[in-house]
Design a binder for this molecule. Structure first.
Ligand code: ADP
Ligand code: GLC
Length: 497
């Protein structure tokens, strides 16, 4: 099959979270299975044009009231199989993308012109196909920034030029993957004219959202098939508690809505060959993990005590990740965990400024809590590999990659029983010694405190069970192969609709 992945993020070019990992590694997994896969993202300012190849000629993109001109660059997606290259195309537009930030910057987290930027990008996708004279069987869009792709396909491109050119996209099907229902692209409908669609489409395609324009909602109505990134999150989002007001739409589309668990890139996340950790290890010989733990403690200026459990965190600092319950001034659980337990806690993260400030404040007052505000692949690998436990108390979690990384590195996760965390972690049972991590149900500071306490207690008192738990986690298979097969089935089903 010919598949075009449309995304606002793809590693190693642009990343704010797991979406970027998922898009690139799924593309590569599908290429390994023999599909013809290509990827398209915007050429953000931070992506060096010098390392890309320009396609000859400018590309016109029709938008409301006129045409925008852009350039297209290309290169090969790193990690592509040798015999089946995955080209990535980068849409270059100085005004829309020639600035810092993917969706925004700290002083303007959601750029005012985002509806225009991403409408332009989605329309550019169809022009790109014309430019390179390559028409996919599947247009696979991800999250709200690409959600207009299925809308344009259904309401415009699929029928367009049927008479003259038999419609370049008449046989193309669309799939929309929701990586996070919390972000929907809701903007004033005064932006709608720019999309170049009629007002009939505004209502028919489901853009209308209490008199605003909701891009994800229109995408969910328009795509041939929709899915999210774990089976459990697919179920959870069909009810009001976790549906972010779109549960009705998801129930309406439930015959076409499934959950497919993400995989992880086992070339990048593999303790047996990870170049970013000082000592390799594996389930066969885990002894090297102790060296990594020591390096982690030294990196964070903690006493390198082999016998003290280290709890690690790598996270975006937003409400989704439970940061209120961890760091909320006066009630967050980190303070009491570090005060009451013989434990060390390390963290790397960026996000909401109140939270960054509170973390710096706590780390100056607690000798066993060390944090880095920032983004670093190197430190994140060191934390995943060197910690004894990995803490991820998410409010909601569509899939979550970090807990799968930590399982792979023999670092049992401490997680909330929600979304993809529930699909990937099995709770510890101290009677039978089974399980791969520690889970709790309610998101409260007390529950986080109790569950960390349980893990720390088990570390000191049930050490054999913890060591066995590490190995069980490491032996699980989170590679993309299974999931790529499921996407192939979804593509086949979408072509049948
Ligand atoms: P989400 O996409 O919701 O943030 P995931 O667990 O799916 O959650 O993916 C997060 C990804 O971002 C992982 O690859 C994780 O390692 C990475 N990440 C998040 N914050 C940082 C950071 N501060 N430094 C390095 N990597 C980070
Ligand atoms: C989103 C979700 C996360 C998921 C990732 C990749 O960022 O928050 O749970 O793992 O997308 O699909």
């Amino acid at each position: 099959m010919k598949i075009l992945m449309v995304s606002s993020e793809a590693v190693p070019f642009a990343k704010t979270g797991g979406l970027a990992d998922a898009v690139s590694s799924l593309s590569i997994a599908l290429a390994k299975q023999g599909h013809e896969v290509r990827v398209v993202i915007p050429r953000y300012y931070s992506i060096d044009r010098g390392k890309l190849k320009p396609l000859p000629g400018a590309m016109g993109v029709p938008v409301g009231g006129g045409e925008e001109w852009s350039a297209v660059y290309t290169t090969s997606l790193p990690g592509s199989p040798k015999k089946n290259d995955v080209p990535i195309y980068l849409i270059d537009h100085e005004i829309f993308f020639g600035r810092d930030g993917i969706y925004g910057i700290p002083s303007e987290p959601d750029f005012l012109d985002n509806p225009k930027r991403f409408a332009f990008f989605c329309r550019a996708v169809f022009q790109l196909c014309r430019k390179i004279d390559w028409y996919p069987d599947i247009l696979h869009a991800h999250d709200w920034p690409s959600a207009l792709v299925p809308v344009y396909l259904k309401h415009q491109e699929r029928h367009k030029n049927n008479a003259e050119r038999s419609g370049e996209f008449s046989k193309t099907a669309s799939v929309l993957t929701v990586h996070n229902l919390g972000y929907q692209g809701i903007y004033s409908k005064e932006n709608f004219w720019y999309l170049g669609l009629g007002w009939d489409v505004f209502y028919n395609a489901g853009f209308d959202d209490w008199n605003m324009m909701n891009l994800l909602k229109a995408g969910l109505y328009s795509a041939d098939k929709i899915n999210t990134v774990s089976p459990n999150y697919a179920e959870e989002t069909k009810n009001q508690t976790n549906g972010f007001r779109l549960d009705g739409v998801l129930r309406y589309r439930s015959a076409d809505y499934t959950g497919i668990l993400n995989g992880i890139d086992t070339d990048v996340w593999n303790p047996a060959k990870d170049p970013l950790i000082p000592q390799k290890f594996s389930a066969k010989d885990i002894s090297g993990k102790a060296k990594v733990k020591e390096a982690l403690q030294r990196e964070f200026n903690l006493p390198p005590e082999a016998g003290t459990p280290v709890i690690g965190m790598v996270t975006r600092l937003t409400g989704q990740k439970g940061v209120g319950e961890l760091f909320g001034p006066g009630y967050g659980s980190i303070w009491s965990i570090c005060r009451d337990m013989n434990v060390q806690l390390v963290l790397i993260g960026t996000g909401e400024s109140w939270c960054e400030n509170e973390i710096m404040n706590l780390s100056s007052r607690l000798s066993n809590f060390k944090a880095r505000i920032g983004y670093s692949e190197e430190i994140s690998h060191l934390i995943e590999a060197g910690s004894d436990f990995f803490l991820m108390p998410s409010r909601y979690e569509p899939c979550g990659l970090n807990q799968m990384y930590s399982l792979t590195y023999g670092t049992p996760p401490i997680v909330r029983n929600t979304g993809g965390l529930r699909d990937t972690v099995e709770n510890f049972n101290q009677e039978t010694g089974t399980g791969t991590g520690f889970m709790f149900d309610d998101l409260t500071p007390q529950a986080i405190y109790d569950t960390c306490g349980w893990a720390v207690w088990a570390y000191y008192n049930k050490r054999d069970q913890i060591e066995a738990m590490r190995l069980r986690g490491m032996k699980q298979d989170f590679s993309w192969e299974n999931s790529a097969n499921k996407y192939t089935e979804l593509y086949n089903a979408s072509l049948g609709t």
